[in-house]
Write a protein that binds this ligand. Structure first.
Ligand SMILES: Cc1cc2nc3c(=O)[nH]c(=O)nc-3n(C[C@H](O)[C@H](O)[C@H](O)COP(=O)(O)OP(=O)(O)OC[C@H]3O[C@@H](n4cnc5c(N)ncnc54)[C@H](O)[C@@H]3O)c2cc1C
Length: 551
């Protein structure tokens, strides 16, 4: 649970630090401070048992850190990667990039100026235009770098597949078993490339502090067993430690809407370590609220995933109350879900389920012409594991949902009212599209119920950064020797992360890693002139949602 696993986090939940007496009760905290805001004492010298030296030290072997490692190592830099877990860890199905060779080969042409404007506006003033521009312009180069090694190594390595007229790409290789294993496999393959290029990986070695000399970041202190190592970086340190989602205090301060919500990322390494280390040496942190990606898929419920999370079936909360037009955008219904009692939502469907299901999909998918595929096999699996419950009567439906007494009465009244609206063909209560209203009446058995709970996938915010991913200090001066990538950085998104186009979270992470890896060794090309040479700027692909749904 986000925000629920420490005593302090639990006590602070629901009130700002200034409103609590907890902070002042602790000898380490001033009034209104969270414990993570206090820089720890330096690790004693006698606890540091080893020193390693490299041009570049990268903290985190996830998506951004791995692209950074290859980008720097292929320039001949010596690279050390410190990783918290015993192996690389990241997440993701697909990623959004612009103007990669594999996309050009598909005939896709992107007007990167249009996309830069689009994301700048979409960020509602929270984003930083030079940063956004750099992420977009370099994303294709990052994928070109990956494809260079894919082509050298042949089919067993895997390849990037670009969707025609889209910004969405996915990685495919023999080890991919389902959608969620795509980005992790891409990272595993790239880690092997980084190692061949000479990068040294230190696993189970979480970074804990940065060291500076005359304002420049020169080393990282990392824990190794019960002792510590010092990793010295002559050119720079790249923080790629992912987001803050598993640090309850940081969630309380920067993403209070996500407090108490379940989360879906395992193992739970992403505790904002890079954010904290940067903060302790004076980096400028976005004051929040951090950009949040709250989704239904993958499901945080023990029953597992069930398709149709964004489909416009009748939905009620745990009180049996219909509270929305069910045909709103996917992130909108997920955010609304979080505000219902117990973060619970039930979709209710009747025997017409399989007759109409391929007409639906999410509204986003329909708006942008994406086909929504369904299959009987997925339904059978969900019925077996309890993610979808089947009933022969409304009483059994209510019993399956655990609804009794008032909640059951309310549920039945809601279904009756909904069917009246369906018969009239007009949703006077919430204005749902009539086409989906009439196809979702709940009249004849068998009835189906699907329990939903929404959960953050990532919190996509942090330290202010330049277009080279250099970290800013509180005066907006660059901190020499420090780079922030992926979800350690601020600068791209609105408070709510956009799914239009989908995959930009992974897209930003891999592009920012590539940029930092090149910039730290002074090898970042003039990306604007490169784009003009290669693609021209006359043809625009209009920004639109590019969702890939795989189960
Ligand atoms: C289930 C799931 C599905 C998702 N699907 C998509 C998708 O399809 N498309 C999309 O765009 N986004 C998706 N996301 C979001 C996306 O995965 C993240 O935004 C992206 O991986 C961020 O990359 P990153 O490099 O910043 O962090 P990560 O890839 O999370 O990497 C951070 C790494 O840092 C390591 N680390 C942490 N602390 C330390 C430390 N102190 N020392 C050393 N190492 C440390 C961690 O172990 C981890 O390996 C998904 C997220 C989840 C959870």
């Amino acid at each position: 649970m986000l925000g629920a696993s420490t005593a302090l986090g639990g006590l602070l939940a629901g009130c700002s630090p200034a409103e609590t007496s907890v902070a002042s009760d602790s000898p380490n905290l001033s009034e209104g401070q969270y414990s993570f805001e206090i820089a720890p004492d330096p690790v004693p010298e006698d606890k540091i048992v080893e020193t390693v030296e490299a041009d570049v030290v990268i903290v985190g072997a996830g998506l951004a850190g791995t692209f950074a490692a290859v980008a720097a190592a292929e320039e001949g830099a010596s690279v050390v990667v410190l990783q918290k877990s015993s192996q690389p860890v990241t997440h993701g199905i697909g990623f959004c990039v612009f103007d990669a060779g594999v996309q050009r080969a598909n005939g896709n042409v992107y007007d990167l100026k249009v996309w830069t404007q689009y994301f700048t506006e979409e960020s509602y003033g929270y984003g930083n235009q030079p940063y956004i521009e750099s992420i977009i312009y370099n994303s294709g180069r990052a994928i070109d770098m990956l494809m260079k090694y894919a082509e050298q190594k042949g089919e067993s390595f895997g390849t990037v597949m670009a969707t025609p007229n889209s910004t969405m790409c996915v990685f495919d290789c023999p080890e991919v078993t389902n959608g969620y294993s795509r980005v992790p496999n891409m990272v595993n393959k790239l880690v092997s490339v980084a190692e061949e290029l000479g990068a040294e990986y230190r696993y189970s070695t979480p970074a804990v502090q940065l060291e500076t000399e005359e304002g420049r970041v020169v080393a990282v202190i990392a824990k190794s067993g019960s002792e510590y190592i010092r990793a010295k970086a002559s050119k720079g340190v790249i923080l790629a430690t992912g987001d803050i989602g598993n640090d309850p205090e940081m969630v309380a301060k920067y993403a209070p809407f996500c407090q108490g919500l379940p989360n879906t990322y395992m193992p739970q390494d992403n505790t904002g370590d890079g954010h904290k280390m940067a903060l302790w040496i004076g980096a400028r942190m976005f004051k929040g609220p951090f950009s949040q990606a709250i989704h239904y898929d993958p499901s945080p419920l023990p029953e597992g995933d069930a398709p149709f999370s964004g489909s416009p079936y009748l939905a009620v909360n745990a009180l049996g109350i219909r509270y929305q037009n069910e045909d709103l955008d996917y992130p909108v219904i997920a955010n609304l879900n979080c505000q219902q009692p117990g973060n619970l939502r039930w979709q209710i469907i009747d025997k017409t389920f399989t007759e109409y299901w391929s007409d639906f999909g999410t509204r986003m998918a329909r708006d942008h012409g994406f086909e929504f595929t369904t299959n009987e096999e997925a339904l059978e699996t969900c019925l077996e594991n309890g993610a979808i419950l089947k009933a022969e009567s409304l009483d059994e439906l209510a019993a399956n949902m655990g609804f009794e007494g008032k909640a059951k009465d309310t549920l039945f009244a809601t279904i009756k009212r909904y069917n009246e609206l369906c018969d009239a063909g007009v949703d006077e209560d919430f204005g749902k599209n009539p086409e989906y209203l009439v196809k979702t009446a709940v009249k004849e058995p068998p009835f189906y119920s699907i329990k939903r709970s929404a959960a953050p996938l990532a919190l996509l915010d942090g330290v202010y950064a330049t277009e080279k991913m250099e970290a800013y200090d509180t005066e907006m001066s660059v901190i020499p020797g420090l780079y922030v990538t992926g979800n350690v950085a601020h600068g791209m998104f609105n408070v709510d992360y956009t799914l239009d186009p989908g995959g930009i979270s992974c897209g930003r992470a891999l592009s920012s890693g590539y940029i930092a890896g090149k910039a730290v060794v002074n090898a970042l090309p003039d990306y604007k002139s490169y784009y003009q040479d290669v693609a021209g700027e006359s043809t625009a692909v209009n920004p639109g949602v590019q969702m890939v749904m795989e189960y």
